[in-house]
Design a protein around this ligand. Sequence first.
Ligand SMILES: [Zn+2]
Length: 319
Amino acid sequence: MPTVQTVQGPVDAQELAVTLVHEHLRFRDEAVAVQWPGRYDEQAELDAALAALGAAKQRGVRSIVDPTAMFGGRDVRFMKRVAEQARMHVIACTGIYSYDFLPHYFLNRDIDAMAEHFVADIEHGIQGTGVKAAFLKCAADAAGVTENVEKIHRAVARASVHTGAPIMAHSMPAIATGPRQVDIFAEEGVPLERVQIAHCGDTDDVDYIEALIQRGVYVGLDRYGLELYLPIDKRNATAAELLRRGHAQRLMISQDFCATIDWFPPEAAEAFQSSGAIRNWSMTLVFDEVLPALREQGVMDDAAFHTVFVENPARWLTA
Ligand SMILES: [Zn+2]
């Protein structure tokens, strides 16, 4: 039985059971948090993460894949506390979440040196703990696949080839970053069935998504609740059509929910809610609104649910 590294140690892949493959226990700028720690309320952050996981657990979720990497405030001690108190599996990553910026530290070191940092997190542990990363994370957004973004992708790819760990890549369908990201992984020799292109559900261009699936990667329909990118009805129509076309084995459905996030001051966060840019964003929206809608359309039976929420995450993490 293959095992998966969680923040509490390795578990049999079959123990992961129902898994949300893209959720954040906490998202914050690690530089700001180190320089102005008093601006953050760690107890409130812990409470919010526990509330989110508790609600998901009530819907039957057993495992959370948390792709918080460098620049997202990755903190495996915090993640371990949450996992222990929630009594759920939490799976951590290594990698760099940057749309372009790199510190001089990595600008002046080559791809292989960067990859070696990721490999150490996978083979030895993160931040001086024994907690090992189970997968790799990188990102391409509005700036496109810049020189620095490509460097991170190649380092992630080389660490994947070296360790066998799978990859999750944040993408931006509006500028079609996905195919280029897949090209880089392929050039570096990554088996494409180890790759997950996140945020494909931000477009309802089913043919764009299907073209990615046909290259062998998983696609994330993973931002339910973020109406500003695409409203739920369009996300559901896309999911339904991909299921009708027989792609259940390549879909990852999640919310990219952040139990807390420091990107906006409180008044802006409230404005997002009242303007409808964000609606019912949570760690349970998929269970409360999405699955009922997909079941009603006859595209999500128990077998499809098991494929998407149990088999796909386990296969991606272990295959
Ligand atoms: Zn995310």
